[in-house]
Write a protein that binds this ligand. Structure first.
Ligand code: SF4
Length: 700
């Protein structure tokens, strides 16, 4: 881009990265996207963008873009070679059909991503169930925010953040537990600071003193994996000091008596020992939260990426419910969704147990309704299949023999990478659609070139529950195709083209709206025009006259009786605790410069320059004890493997904890080390806690 370049068009759209979905203009000159400008008129970011958003346009014309299909023509060890679309799609369809004829329909699986639009995510679920007739369809949100879904469904009955982000400005107290807001959702930080300027207090609980934790009124450096103990301990203090909202509990909830009986067993002294905190700090935090007129709680992956992730989320809801903090401005509880369409992607029916509109794939009425929209016999609609994390062992058992993977990179993002690689390499047919040759696409038998967000229109749903719309700025490069077009063409070849006669994202969205009609996540009243007129529409929005619902639970929760559920949550330790061989806790997370598996941001020059490789954060006491200096190469070991990276010696982490960012692949992937143990309800892995050792690296 030249500074004297004449911009032909400013295309209003949104950032393709995190769940905040900031409004931006793509600047188009000579048919190319040459820059971005933040949108002042979008009510969330008000003219701000973070480093990722400011550089997002650099992936559009990147030289690494895939521009034609690639195939291995002579077996697994032959190179990927360019192929025509006809050859690639004919081969995929023929081989899927052959495998299904030999091994049954469920031997093929679909694994998709949540960074795509609602339209693309929706069509993936329909493709799996209708075109392939397989029950094994899931998405990468399984690895991301599925614990939050489980907690929302158990406690509130609706899987969406309770409040718009602007509610922060009405809160007296904001409690952030397990969310690195400053790095993962940078624009939200401005709401925190505005709230604090108005007198709002901030409590942050995190094993690392993240940027927002440094300025918190109370910072609780809890031991990784002890979140539910802390939340129970805070509720214990609130109960003992008479700060519980009895009227709210009586009129709007069930389950308090059982929960209260358990909470009695969590005095702050005992909780402090479990969490590695001072009892006074727990008491002080509880008082601050309990005395607030309106308190907001925000959680994210720190609390959710655990084998007790759902329990942790429920414990956070218990605290908010017991203090009457729902249904009012500045009062609520919500998860900060990391993926761009993490909210929408978990509603559209690409999940193992779900039909579109958050409908239950085992519910007879939901099955009947969706079958009627899709014009199929309900008996043909598959039942629930494996979640993504259980597809891997099913591949190793050869129960799943083929996989169609779209816009996700599990060779960076799944735990216990060596096992994942074995599973993917062992497939009879592995097909990946993506716009870059990711670490996962490198293993595929056939790679299909997809498009980026600037090359198509479609909707996403932000972490607030606000449905927004991307607009097309440029054509795809070379022969790359939009993912929904790829799916429709493949369905045609599988003999199911009549169910996939879509010629635009708008048509797909209209079918999706119909699927959601009358459901909890009702999009029926949301149209492309209305999204543009209102700058986004919050669901539920049941009619075209309805303006949408920014704040949930003002009168009713999502259960038939309208009441929320409290559940007693006993603290259960993480699956793997430190011992003599692995005396430290390893935790993982994001940095401000990278997004998810880094497939895009590691190709963006400025972002790559800022964080070119992973590092191992450790406290200076730990470093001194082990004679490790800042910048020394160290080897971290767990029961799954080892990796070597430079040490970053700091004071802003617990001395018993190591941290490694997860955005890197191959030998730099921290997920070589993480524990694949799963949360029992939602099957999310325990990325945030495993036992580890560290020592100065021998060879560097
Ligand atoms: Fe993009 Fe999120 Fe940054 Fe906004 S905060 S610019 S949506 S990455």
């Amino acid at each position: 881009w030249r500074s004297d370049e004449v911009i032909d068009r400013y295309v209003p759209t949104h950032c393709c990265y995190c769940g905040v979905q900031c409004g931006m203009y793509l600047k188009v000159a000579r048919g190319r996207v040459v820059g971005v400008e933040p949108r002042e008129d979008f009510p969330l970011n008000h003219g701000m963008l973070c480093p990722k958003g400011s550089t997002a346009y650099q992936t559009v014309h990147h030289p690494d873009r895939l521009t034609s299909p690639l195939m291995r023509r002579h077996g697994k060890n032959s190179p990927l070679e360019p192929a025509s679309w006809d050859e690639a799609l004919d081969t995929i369809a023929r081989r899927f059909q052959t495998l299904q004829a030999e091994h049954g329909g469920d031997c093929v699986s679909v694994f998709s991503g949540s960074s795509m639009t609602n339209e693309k995510c929706y069509i993936m679920g329909k493709f799996a169930r209708v075109a392939l007739g397989t029950r094994h369809c899931d998405y990468n949100g399984r690895l991301c925010m599925s614990s939050a879904t489980g907690a929302n469904e158990r406690s509130l009955g609706i899987d969406r953040a309770a409040n718009p982000i602007s509610d922060m400005l009405h809160a007296d107290c904001i409690f952030v537990i397990g969310a690195n807001v400053g790095e993962c959702f940078p624009i939200i930080t401005s709401y925190l600071w505005q709230a604090r300027d108005r007198g709002c207090k901030l409590i942050v609980a995190d094993p690392r003193q993240t940027p927002i934790a440094r300025t918190a009124d109370i910072y609780l450096p809890l031991r990784s994996g002890t979140d539910s103990a802390l939340l129970n301990g805070m509720l214990h203090v609130i109960l003992k000091e008479g700060l519980v909202d009895e009227k709210f509990l009586r009129e709007r909830t069930v389950g308090w008596e059982e929960t209260k009986a358990l909470i009695e067993q969590y005095p702050p002294e005992g909780v402090a020992r479990v969490c590695g905190l001072k009892p006074e700090a727990i008491i002080e935090a509880a008082r601050l939260y309990g005395r607030a007129q309106a308190a907001l709680t925000y959680t994210a992956r720190g609390l959710e990426h655990q084998s007790k992730g759902v329990d942790n989320g429920v414990a956070a809801m218990n605290l908010a419910l017991a203090t009457g903090n729902f249904g009012r401005p500045g009062a609520g509880c919500g998860t900060l969704t990391g993926q761009g369409n993490g909210q929408g992607g978990r509603e559209v029916g690409q999940k193992a147990t779900q039909l579109p509109g958050c409908r239950d794939i085992e519910n007879p009425e939901d099955r009947e309704y969706i079958s009627s929209v899709w014009d199929i016999d309900e008996k043909e609609l598959p039942h629930a299949g494996y979640p993504a994390t259980l597809m891997i062992p099913a591949m190793l058992r050869q129960e799943i023999r083929a996989c169609f993977m779209v816009c996700t990179n599990p060779m960076v993002s799944l735990p216990d990478q060596h096992t994942v690689e074995r599973a993917l390499r062992g497939l009879d047919l592995f097909v990946v659609a993506d716009f870059f040759l990711s670490e996962t696409a490198e293993l595929a038998d056939i790679v299909l070139p997809g498009t980026v967000w600037a090359e198509d229109e479609g909707t996403t749903t932000s972490l607030e529950g606000r449905v927004i719309k991307y607009n097309k700025a440029v054509e795809p490069p070379g022969e790359a195709k939009r993912d929904w077009e790829i799916v429709c063409e493949l369905a045609q070849r599988l003999g199911k083209g009549q169910y996939f006669n879509f010629t635009s994202p708008r048509q797909i969205f209209d079918e999706y709206r119909l699927c959601t009609k009358g459901a909890k996540s009702d999009y029926w009243g949301i149209t492309y025009e209305k999204i543009e007129e209102q700058n986004g529409v919050f669901w539920p929005c049941p009619t075209e006259e309805h303006l949408g619902t920014p704040r949930l639970y003002e009168e009713r929760f999502g259960f038939p009786d309208g009441k929320a559920r409290l559940h007693p949550i006993p603290y259960i330790p993480p699956a793997e605790e430190p011992d003599a061989e692995y005396p430290l806790v390893l935790t993982t997370g994001r940095v401000i410069y990278h997004y998810l598996s880094g497939n895009q941001t590691r190709r963006t020059p400025f972002l790559k320059e800022q964080a070119p490789f992973p590092w191992v954060e450790m406290h200076e006491q730990t470093a001194q004890r082990l004679e490790i200096g800042d910048g020394d190469w160290v080897t971290v070991r767990t029961r799954r493997g080892e990796m070597t990276a430079p040490a970053l010696v700091i004071r802003s982490i617990r001395p018993d904890t190591l941290f490694i960012p997860y955005h890197y692949g191959h030998t730099e992937a921290v997920n070589q080390l993480t524990n694949p143990v799963l949360e029992p309800m939602m099957k999310i892995p325990e990325y945030k806690v495993c036992a580890a050792s560290v020592a100065r690296a021998a060879e560097k």
